[in-house]
Each structure stands twice: as C-alpha cells, then as structure tokens.
Design a protein around this ligand. Structure first.
Ligand SMILES: [Zn+2]
Ligand SMILES: [Zn+2]
Length: 141
C-alpha cells in the first residue's frame, strides 16, 4: 500500500512538472504570436491599402479637382476604378497600387502618407532580403 501511494505521489509531482512546462511553453508561444514580426505579403499590403482607401468608380458627376491620373497622365473615364486619397488626390486603382508597391506608401503628388511606416517596413523587409540574395547570385555568376 505504502509503495502504491508513494508511486501515486511521484506521478502527481511528475504531472505537475509536466503541466508547468506546458504552461511555460504556452506562454512563450503566445508571446511569440503577440510580438508578430512576420513580413506582410503583397496581398495583405494591398488589402490594407483597400481598407484605408476603398476603391470607387469614377463618375463625371462627382467631378474632382483633377480629372486625370497623375501616374499614367490619362484622363479618368466613366466607371474606371479609382482611389480617392485623404489628401483629395485621385488615381487609378491599378496605377496607385503599382506605385505603392514600388515606392513608399505616400501619395505620388503630395507625399501624404497613406499607410503607417511600420506596415511599409514589414512589407519591404522580405523584398530587401530577396534583393540581396539576387545580387549575391549575380556576383557568383
Ligand atoms: Zn492611371
Ligand atoms: Zn496627395
């Protein structure tokens, strides 16, 4: 009987230790998730742009100050997909998205910030690394 109860208490201690270890691991995991430093993919990046500046259809009725897209320098046509920025500048959705992917997330005309710096930095990160690898291989060849 004695041996059995001793074994039982040992088992209990083991279980407690195991549980504690599990808890610590869980805590570390949630901490990792919270300090999320994963880079932003192009899809997520474009989604964030969309959330901040929803796509609208250009209509001559809602005539804006400038009737042409300053990225491709062509006039807006009725029903074209455009984005109206907070700075009141309007661009084709495709033109602006291309611009935002190639340059910093600012208005092409007045440099007004469209997305916060940390989001842009997270988006740029993997591309910079990729660029480094490519240049490394270019050197090797
Ligand atoms: Zn355009
Ligand atoms: Zn602007």
């Amino acid at each position: 009987m004695m041996a059995l109860s001793e074994m039982f208490s040992q088992l209990c201690t083991k279980a407690v230790v195991l549980l504690a270890l599990l808890l610590i691991q869980l805590m570390l995991l949630t901490k990792k998730l919270r300090s999320d430093t994963r880079p932003i993919t192009t899809t997520q990046y474009l989604k964030l742009i969309e959330r901040k500046n929803p796509t609208t259809c250009f209509t001559k009725r809602l005539r804006q100050e400038d009737a042409e897209c300053r990225v491709c320098l062509s006039e807006f046509q009725e029903g074209e997909k455009v984005r109206n920025l907070k700075c009141k500048h309007t661009f084709h959705r495709d033109c602006l998205d291309k611009w935002l992917q190639q340059y910093w997330a600012t208005c092409p005309l007045c440099r007004n910030q469209i997305l916060p710096d940390d989001i842009v930095a997270k988006y740029r990160e993997p591309q910079n690394q990729g660029g480094y690898i490519f240049s490394f291989w270019d050197l090797a060849e």
